[in-house]
Design a protein around this ligand. Structure first.
Ligand SMILES: CC(C)(COP(=O)(O)OP(=O)(O)OC[C@H]1O[C@@H](n2cnc3c(N)ncnc32)[C@H](O)[C@@H]1OP(=O)(O)O)[C@@H](O)C(=O)NCCC(=O)NCCS
Length: 153
């Protein structure tokens, strides 16, 4: 499997498949800003020329400098084959090379697959009340990068 920078054709395909991959409407999360503005922080994985996973991330320049994973999605037929891990490793490596001190992502409460995935990769999970507005708690995942100071949300 290969990772590479996303292209417009990849983005167009993601917009078409994303609701199916998630099993529900989520296409607003793939806003065009994440293709046009993320540059090298948006990655895809191909298998035999087929799009099987993507990661949309960016760098947060406030302290602590953070690599943020906005959205990661793996084709349902290619889950549990290390595609998500590969994308996270590549993006984390990029963030480390750009002097990020930690990584961050969020998910909704009860999203067990995402919880187990982040735990398996050694990320910390904290439930934060009102994170996305009143009554809208979220799970905030963080991972301190080696050599960096402690993480905070
Ligand atoms: C969550 C998701 C990104 C994981 O991607 P993946 O390619 O299947 O994950 P990997 O194969 O790299 O898994 C690495 C490890 O994470 C853990 N893991 C991943 N998915 C899991 C699941 N559904 N249940 C339990 N553990 C899981 C396992 O320990 C796994 O290692 P193993 O397969 O050797 O046991 C993928 O299931 C997905 O796209 N889900 C729908 C979208 C989503 O939830 N995105 C994340 C939140 S925005």
């Amino acid at each position: 499997m290969q990772t590479r920078k996303i292209t417009k054709a990849d983005y167009d395909e993601i917009v078409q498949v994303i609701d199916r991959w998630w099993g529900g409407p989520i296409s607003t999360f793939a806003h065009p800003i994440f293709f046009y503005e993320l540059g090298d922080n948006a990655l895809i994985v191909e298998h035999e020329g087929r799009l099987v996973g993507f990661l949309l991330g960016f760098i947060v320049f406030k302290t602590p400098k953070t690599g943020y994973v906005h959205l990661v999605g793996i084709h349902p037929d290619f889950r549990r084959q290390g595609v998500g891990r590969l994308l996270y490793e590549q993006f984390t490596e990029r963030c480390r090379s750009l002097a990020c001190e930690r990584m961050k992502a969020i998910t909704t409460v009860g999203h067990e697959g995402s919880m187990r995935f982040h735990e398996a990769l050694g990320w910390r999970a904290d439930e934060v009340e009102d994170y996305a507005g009143q009554g809208r708690k979220r799970i905030v995942f963080t991972k301190t990068l080696p050599g960096a100071a402690g993480a905070s949300s």
